[in-house]
Unconditional design. Structure first.
Length: 600
């Protein structure tokens, strides 16, 4: 910014002693205070001139909030409109403010004896002493013309003026005997104080529509804010490369949940629905009821791939609703609602996942508090929320609204899902997931987080600090991926410390010199050690022979659980960071504490 730097108002500035960090317009500003302030260092995290200017203004504002350290220059116009008394004018009898619609009274403006002040567009002017006592009617000016008035204060004190609201845009109080061009009220950081911006952040983002790519150093990862997959179309991580070589394919890294409705949410739909590819049904038949003689069925969807049919709902004693897989015992005959009533054969169908299984989705992506755009920054934040549909509600509403797609109906929610990912330097991430029960729902095996393994298993080793050997595989010492040919379940009996479940899984790819770690934060919510031992001691980690990574926080919670939340980490690692995490391989808590420090 050329010339003077105006003092903006930072979003946060308090208890500033030796330094201050202030979030301001998508930037972080640092005010260095060494005795008498001489430098304001602005740590700019977006390579954007406007943001840089706003950051400087924020830094300047923080500086002037520190009494005695910053030097501030007043702008030409001494009238601060934010401090005016609205709906008042000044009385000539005692100088007090009296109610009058359409007028405002200024704050007390300091004046110096003998130093002239010029006021433009005021209705009346009153003078006060240093104690803000009224100087009397002899120093009161009734300015019915609203013209320019120059006053010479007799004593050090204050001036107040009233002004018509219609003249606020030209109302000015300035030093000197002449009226000059109008200038809005402003204060400026003393030009003698240096304001300097540092380099932009380490993350390089590029965006085309909802496709985002993030590069830091030699690592680059891609993601879609909204997956164009014809499914639930949720946030999806895609792939990570090192030096341009893809080594980690991650399209299923946003975790679903498991309920009495099956695996649902994220990339998963209702998996118990049957689809007949060959049929004569149309959208006019949506919601129509059919039977195989023993069970009721309803047409839920008709599209270019077939007719989709769901089975009736059953309710457990705990109030949770579920539906068994579609498996007609005989051909389906029409009961009600259909236009095309020909029988549907009991064969010729396949079980499919019905999408979408979610509604009311909201997603956002920011780079240092501004919407993600091409540029540099320090942190990308991805936020997503949606509601997993309640199948019982979907089924009932479909029946009651013949010919209407269920996506156009007010289907009730079963569970609300909220997630946040913070991506930092080195593609190190902090994740947060919260689940809120809306309809009675039984939570099954639930991990909040999951991840695919890196490619090329012959070049990899896996560690799970704090876990004893299972089936001859010593995860604390490291197991070659080539040996992960069977699935292992980590239980409380497999722990070196029975009070500390394993929180960090670390894979290392030797040929690329890149590691990947996933972990729970053992101090937060359902991911806390005590919570996991209480809710998932029978299956703390589900280690599949597919090498996919499934940490568990919950194995079974009956309806009424209300709300659960978890925090975790995903991080790509250097060799040094790997060694730091594995310095005490039998100590799970030490491993995650180190990872937490590395992620920041």
């Amino acid at each position: 910014m050329a010339g003077k730097i105006p003092l903006g108002k930072p979003e946060f500035a308090s208890d500033i002693t030796t330094s201050a960090l202030i979030d301001q317009a998508g930037s972080r500003t640092q005010v260095a205070l060494d005795g008498r302030l001489t430098t304001v260092a602005v740590d700019v995290i977006v390579n954007n001139p406007e943001v840089v200017d706003n950051a400087k203004a924020g830094a300047a504002a923080a500086a002037q909030d520190v009494e005695g350290l910053a030097r501030v220059e007043q702008g030409k116009n001494l009238f601060d409109p934010s401090k005016r008394q609205i709906g008042y004018t000044l009385r000539n009898v005692d100088g007090s403010a009296v109610a009058l619609a359409g007028y405002s009274v200024s704050d007390y403006i300091p004046v110096v004896a003998g130093q002239q002040v010029t006021v433009s567009s005021a209705r009346n002017i009153a003078m006060y002493n240093a104690s803000k006592g009224y100087r009397g009617i002899g120093e009161y000016i009734d300015n019915s013309s609203h013209g320019v008035v120059t006053v010479t204060p007799v004593v050090d004190g204050f001036l107040r003026a009233s002004v018509s609201d219609s003249r606020l845009a030209t109302f000015q109080v300035e030093k000197g005997a002449a009226s000059t061009a109008y200038e809005p009220y402003a204060r400026y950081l003393d030009p003698a104080i240096t304001v300097q911006a540092t380099a932009a952040g380490p993350l390089l983002a590029s965006r085309t529509g909802d496709a985002v790519n993030v590069t830091t150093g030699t690592l680059s990862t891609s993601l879609n804010l909204t997956a164009a997959d014809g499914k639930n179309q949720v946030l999806n991580f895609l792939s990570t490369t090192s030096g341009g070589t893809a080594f980690h394919t991650i399209p299923d890294s946003v975790a679903p949940i498991r309920t009495q409705q099956g695996t649902i949410g994220a990339n998963h739909g209702f998996a118990f629905v049957g689809r007949w590819a060959s049929h004569d049904k149309t959208t006019a038949d949506l919601g129509s009821v059919w039977t195989d003689g023993t069970r009721e069925y309803v047409i839920l969807k008709v599209d270019g791939t077939g007719v989709w049919i769901g089975g009736s709902v059953s309710f457990a004693g705990d109030g949770s609703a579920s539906s068994a897989n579609v498996a007609p015992a005989a051909a389906l005959t029409h009961v009600s609602g259909a236009t095309n009533t020909s029988t549907i054969p009991s064969s010729g169908y396949s079980l499919q996942q019905l999408y979408p299984a979610i509604a009311n989705r909201v997603v956002s992506g920011t780079l240092d508090a501004a919407p993600i755009a091409n540029g540099r920054g320090r942190e990308i934040v991805l936020r997503e929320s949606y509601e997993i549909l309640d199948y019982a509600s979907l089924y009932a509403l479909a029946k009651a609204n013949i010919g209407v797609p269920y996506t156009a109906l007010p289907v009730a929610a079963a569970v609300r899902v909220e997630s946040e990912w913070r991506i930092r330097n080195g593609l190190k991430m902090i994740g947060y997931v919260a689940l809120t029960e809306v309809s009675p729902t039984r939570l099954g095996q639930t991990g909040f987080f999951q991840a695919e393994a890196m490619s090329t298993p012959a070049q990899q080793t896996r560690w799970l600090p704090g876990v004893k050997a299972i089936g001859g595989r010593d995860y604390s010492a490291g197991v070659a991926h080539s040996a992960l040919t069977v699935s292992d379940t980590v239980t409380a009996a497999d722990l070196y410390n029975p009070n500390v479940p394993p929180t960090v899984l670390l894979d290392w790819r030797q040929d690329l010199g890149v590691g990947f770690a996933m972990a729970y934060d053992p101090w937060t919510g359902a991911s806390a050690n005590t919570a996991r031992l209480a809710n998932a001691s029978s299956k703390l980690w589900d280690l599949r022979n597919t090498r996919k990574i499934y940490p568990n926080a919950i194995v079974d919670l009956a309806p009424g659980w209300g709300r659960v939340e978890a925090r975790g980490y995903r991080a790509y690692l250097t060799a040094t960071e790997r060694d730091q995490i594995l310095a005490r391989p039998t100590d799970a808590l030490a491993a995650v504490a180190t990872l937490r420090t590395i992620v920041g």
